[in-house]
Design a protein around this ligand. Structure first.
Ligand code: XMP
Length: 510
């Protein structure tokens, strides 16, 4: 495996990801991890990431110096290069001009294994302030840019490399070739890592962490918690109990399908907290979106807490936190702080419940979580489910939430989803759902005048939910969905299509 030591670069995750895409297992560790912990039979190489600090500052983050004595190749990227330069006896100066953006990398020597098969010059992506001005002993410059004589350096004998630019970002054309050369040509990685290896590794780790203790997991039925549940269950069986909170704000058949899968199919210990009446009681008369969200969140914590207490001694709370949910930041004054953005749906739970956290998906990206879920036998439908907000249909019934409105919305939403799936459009969009509008309009059905509610269709394309665009769905499909909703759902006589983008709108209506 390859260890990436994290000095706080925004690209650290990307490095790890590129390496795994090459079929090589990689793990990110905090920059100050002891060499003895990094070392292991399967260690092939170490990468020192970039970072926001300056090596010229006395308090700047440094790795354990023994990292350079482990006998494995080391690659320093950006801040990593400067660290290498500084720690191994070269000289770094701060440069007045930040080099940022595209640069042209010209090769000085063609015999470096790192540049094998790559043509000079290369377009690279830079983002740095300090500059290496004197090479450490045993190093040679193998490529330069307009601004930097030492853009790429090598100590051939010790297999140490440093680069001023970022090979992991897409703006560096051919960057992936450099990474491959490092992995396969220099570190001797095999490239045979895959998800089933990961499952074994993850299971062993869970068993080691948990021992004979008990674990609780809040299962929502979404991709992350489902995969976490399947993985932990495979590792520790009945030491895991899943708690599913029925808050009355679920979609049609949602509770049954979650229970069928985990309770009956996987045979997990599974508790459904039937709390719909409690949620609806607390939400009665509330129309303000933020208040609705707060009430739903608070009630969730109460119900979850009470359910967990009812099952006796529990030591761990498992969460489906993914890599992108985890922000690890390195503070510049040398006092590293690990900031964790906890899962917003269960935020505050572990502290309140005095539980230890178990987050077996912390190192994975979404697509890897899906691959893992597939390996564990979860169905395509579960793994490719659209995101569903924690407050559920509570933020999709605009205005006051009532059981009647929820029922109408559930029926309309089920038709939309059914048609999206059967037409193949479900898999092409980021999210598609129905929204209940507390507006009544006049219609005519048969010979009768109707005065019923409006359903809005929200169908969006997005890469990460930060921005989104309304999806251009064929008119024939929209017509079918609209006809079916108006004809089949009692209480609806009008369907609208939401054609707003995010920003300035949001994906959800509340
Ligand atoms: P917005 O409406 O902010 O939504 O454009 C962005 C994405 O986040 C989802 N969402 C939530 N997910 N808890 C969640 O787990 C929430 O409270 C929540 N609110 C919005 C939304 O469905 C979309 O994918």
């Amino acid at each position: 495996k390859i260890i990436v030591l994290d000095f706080g670069s925004q690209y650290t995750q990307v490095i790890a990801r590129r390496i795994r895409e090459c079929g090589v297992y990689s793990e990110i560790l905090p920059y100050n991890t002891k060499a003895s912990k990094i070392k292991g039979d399967d260690l092939c190489g170490v990468i020192l990431s970039g970072g926001p600090a300056s090596v010229l500052s006395p308090k700047s983050p440094r790795p354990d110096p023994k990292v350079f004595e482990m006998g494995v190749p080391v690659l320093g990227i950006c801040y990593g290069l400067q660290l290498m330069g500084k720690m191994l006896g070269g000289e770094v100066v701060s440069s007045k001009q930040r080099e940022y953006g595209h640069g042209k990398l010209s090769f000085k020597s063609s015999d470096s294994l790192l540049l094998k098969g790559i043509k000079s010059p290369m377009t690279v992506w830079n983002s740095h302030g300090d500059r290496l001005v004197k090479l450490p002993k045993g190093f040679k410059a193998i490529a330069t840019t307009e601004n930097s004589e030492y853009a790429l350096i090598e100590n051939k004998e010790r297999k140490f490399f440093g680069m001023q630019f970022h090979p992991e970002v897409a703006h560096t054309i051919g960057g992936i070739e450099i990474i491959k050369n490092f992995l396969f040509g220099i570190c001797g990685c095999k490239g045979d890592w895959n998800m089933s290896d990961y499952v074994e590794r993850a299971i062993a780790k869970i068993r080691e962490t948990v021992g004979d203790k008990k674990v609780i997991l809040g299962l929502s039925g979404g991709v992350d918690s489902s995969v976490a549940a399947a993985l932990i269950h495979k590792a520790i069986g009945n030491q895991l109990t899943c708690v599913f909170v029925d808050n009355g704000l679920l979609r049609k058949n949602e509770r049954k399908s979650v229970e069928d899968l985990f309770k009956r199919n996987f045979k997990m210990r599974f508790i459904t907290a039937k709390a719909a009446p409690l949620f609806l009681k607390k939400l009665k008369g509330v129309t303000d979106p933020e208040r609705k969200r707060k009430i739903i969140g608070k009630t969730f914590v109460e119900v979850f807490d009470k359910t967990v207490k009812s099952i006796g001694q529990v030591d761990f709370l498992a969460q489906g936190t993914l890599y992108p949910d985890v922000i690890e930041s390195v503070s510049i004054d040398g006092n590293p702080a690990s900031l964790i953005k906890s899962h917003h749906n269960v935020g505050g739970l572990p502290k309140r419940m005095k539980l230890k956290l178990l987050e077996p998906l912390r190192e994975l990206f979404k697509d890897e979580v899906r691959a893992l879920g597939k390996e564990l036998g979860l169905a395509h439908d579960v793994l490719w489910r659209h995101p569903f907000p924690g407050p559920g249909l509570g933020v999709r019934v605009v205005g006051e939430i009532t059981k009647k409105r929820l029922d109408v919305l559930r029926e309309a939403d089920a038709i939309l989803i059914e048609e999206m799936k059967s037409s193949g459009y479900y898999g092409k969009v980021w999210q598609s759902f129905a929204v209940f509008l507390p507006v009544k309009t006049v219609g005519v059905m048969g010979d009768e005048r109707t005065y019923d509610n409006v359903i809005a269709l929200r169908i969006v394309e997005s890469l990460d939910a930060m921005t989104a665009d309304w999806a251009h769905i064929p008119h024939e499909l929209l017509a079918k969905i609209s006809n079916r909703i108006i004809n089949e759902v009692k209480g609806v006589n009008r369907v609208c299509l939401d054609i707003s983008s995010k920003p300035p709108s949001t994906i959800e209506w509340e």
